[in-house]
Design a protein around this ligand. Sequence first.
Ligand code: 8YV
Length: 315
Amino acid sequence: MTKTKLLQIGLLPDWDQEPLEREYIVQRVSKLDEIASVVAAHGPSIRGMATRAEFGASAELINSLPNLEVISVYGVGYDAVNLDVCRERGIHVSNTPGVLTEEVADFAVAMMLVQARSMVGAEAWVRNGNWADSGAYPLSRRAYGKRAGVLGLGHIGRAVADRLAAFKMDIAYSSRAKKDTPGDWAFIPDAVELAEWADFLFLTISANSETRHIVDKTVIEALGANGTLINVARASVIDEEALLDALEDGRLGNAALDVFEGEPTLNPRFVELENVLLQPHHGSATTETRMAMGQLVRDNLESHFAGHGLLTPVL
Ligand code: 8YV
C-alpha cells in the first residue's frame, strides 16, 4: 500500500520520528523558512500535517496544500493554527489535551516557589562562595497562605488551583462562567479585580483574539509591587512592553515566565532584570509527557486516516 504523505513542522524526538516515518512519507522542516521549498516540491501530495504548537499552521501554508485533510498539533494550544481557513476548507484539527495538564500545573507551581523563595539567586549565592564569605542570603517571601488568582480555569488552571489549595492558599479565579469548584474559591471574572486581590497571578488562559493582551498595564499595576505574575499560557495574553516597564520600575514585583513574544528570541530587556524568572517554554517538557503527546499526535493521524475521525478534535 502506498504510504500517505505528511508535512512535519518542527523536530520531534526519535521515539516519535521513527514510528511516524514507518507509517508515513514524512516531509520534515525544522524551521519555518524551509517550508516554501518543501511545499513547492510536495504541496499537492501532502494529506496530513504534524506541527508543534508554537509553529502551528498559517493561512498561507494551509492554502498551499490543496489536498490537506488533517492537522495534528503537538501541544494543547492551537492559537498558531489558522482555524478559519481550516473551517472553510473542511480540514480537521487535533491537539494534545489532557496528557500535559498535570505536568504544566507542576511547573507553574514550581515557578511560584522558585521565585517566591529566591531559589535562583540563592543557588548562585552558594556556588559563588557568598554564603561562606558574606553569610546568610537575603530573606525571601512566603507563598503558602497567600492569595492565588488563576486567570483561566480550564483543565490546566484547575490543576494549578488544586495544587495551590494544598499550599493553604486562598484561591480566586476568572473564567467565562462560574465553575463547579470547592465552595471557598472566589469567582472574580474581571481581570483587574482578580489581580488587585491576588498576591500571585497565574495565567492559564487560552490564547485567542479575545484574550490578546488581557493582562495589560492596568492589570499589571493592580497586581502591584508586591505581586508576582506567572505565565504558562502564551506571550500574547500579556502586553509585554507594559510588563517590562512595570518590572523595570518596580510597579510589578516579580514575574515567572515560560513564554515570550518572538520566542526563542527574547526582548533583551528581560535578561537585564533580576525580578523575573525566565524559562524556555518547557512547561510540558518531561520525557513522560512528551512521549504521551507524541503518541496522541500519531493516534489522531492514524484514527483520521483509518476513517474513524479524530480522538481529540479541535475542529
Ligand atoms: C509545547 C505548548 O511545549 O501544549 C502547548 O500548547 O505550548 C507546549 O506544551 C510545545 O508547543 C511543544 O512544541
